[in-house]
Design a binder for this molecule. Structure first.
Ligand SMILES: *Cc1c(COP(=O)(O)O)cnc(C)c1O
Length: 352
């Protein structure tokens, strides 16, 4: 190693799911939504005057913040927006986890949490889930510098009752609890109403999955005015203009059409439930996912073998060669037609 490299911050980065260049594939590997965003988003793109690009975007993204506030009936001062919820979570970690005590999160969860902890030098301890992948709230009733829970969890799809989440929040008045609700629109129950009861609760959401806008990069968080204020102070100490003007307008437009949103989410839920039955018939063991993906373990062949065989057939799903979850595949719920193609391929792979 060169001398200068000793002064370099070294990290092991998060590995996102593959985005194949070939568009002629069935992509069920990154939990994207198979349906387009609300038609109001198209209208923004068609009418956008490019001369507006001369100007910096609104630093507070007011139009977007106000539309989210109105949608959920909370005050605009209780909303933080970022470039995807990854950006929101990253700022939340940096701002809210500044203790010498370790932050806590499950051993099986979104694999970005330990990466942010490492890059920001936040001590952390992972807490084992039960063998059925559920959370035991009692495990979080110890000294800590913060708690992060994805609910429903990823990649397991398992939802924890709001009472379990509240139990964890109630036990931790001295640290911040982040609940990452990336998948909450596909089932389960939000703990959003608790933000008025607990000043130290942050609820994080994304446009990437239920709002079909992963490519736009919009995430947001809701919490007490105080918590959001601290996050904005850090954000404005790094980069004031993170979200571009077009994205802000498109995000606000999406919030305006709730019936379109519900319709596309309901289609995905229906396809998910049908897919669970079909996978069970194919001999998969799986959790009762409340998300837009299914966490399923093939019993006849190894998960890794099935993953590779699907890839040969241009069907991308997600596989992790990690303890505990190496027998599982995470399969994003696509359109009915995409899922039918998947089932045909699986029949061939498992029975061939
Ligand atoms: C997808 C996902 C995110 C990140 O979403 P973006 O808004 O696209 O950055 C965060 N948390 C969990 C649990 C996710 O699955």
């Amino acid at each position: 190693m060169n001398k200068w490299e000793e002064n370099v911050r070294k990290v092991v980065p998060y590995v996102p799911g593959e985005q194949p260049k070939d568009t002629n594939v069935i992509k069920l590997n990154t939990n994207e939504n198979p349906y387009p965003p609300a038609p109001e988003v198209r209208e923004i793109l068609d009418s956008f005057d490019e001369s507006r690009m001369r100007l910096y975007p609104a630093p507070n993204a007011d139009v977007l913040v106000d539309s989210i506030a109105e949608h959920y009936g909370v005050d605009s001062s209780q909303i933080f927006v970022g470039v995807g919820s990854d950006d929101v979570l990253s700022i939340a970690f940096l701002t809210l986890f500044n203790s010498d005590k370790p932050i806590l999160f499950p051993d099986i969860t979104y694999s970005f949490y330990d990466v942010w902890a490492d890059v920001y030098g936040i001590p952390y301890k992972t807490v084992p889930l039960r063998s059925d992948f559920t959370i035991n709230a009692d495990d979080y009733k110890c000294e800590n510098g913060g708690v992060v829970i994805a609910n429903p969890n990823a990649p397991t799809g398992v939802f924890a009752d709001v009472l379990v989440i509240e139990d964890i929040i109630r036990a931790n008045p001295d640290s911040v609890v982040i609940v990452d609700e990336a998948y909450i629109d596909f089932g389960g129950e939000t703990c959003l109403p608790l933000i008025d009861k607990y000043e130290n609760l942050l609820v994080v959401r994304t446009y990437s999955k239920s709002r079909s806008m992963a490519g736009m990069r919009i995430g947001y968080a809701m919490g007490s005015r105080k918590l959001i204020g601290y996050m904005n102070d850090v954000k404005f100490s790094i980069n004031s203009y993170t979200m571009n003007t077009v994205t802000q307008l498109c995000g606000a437009a999406s919030m305006k059409n709730d019936s379109y949103f519900r319709e596309s989410v309901n289609k995905i839920i229906a396809t998910r439930e049908r897919s669970k039955k079909r996978l069970a018939e194919l001999g998969f063991k799986m959790t009762d996912s409340m998300t837009n993906f299914i966490f399923a373990s093939p019993q006849k062949k190894s998960a890794e073998y099935v993953f590779n065989e699907l890839k040969k057939r241009r069907i991308f799903v997600r596989y992790w060669n990690k303890p505990i979850i190496c027998d599982y595949l995470r399969i994003t719920v696509g359109t009915d037609a995409e899922m039918d193609t998947l089932f045909t391929a699986l029949e061939e792979i498992l029975n061939g």
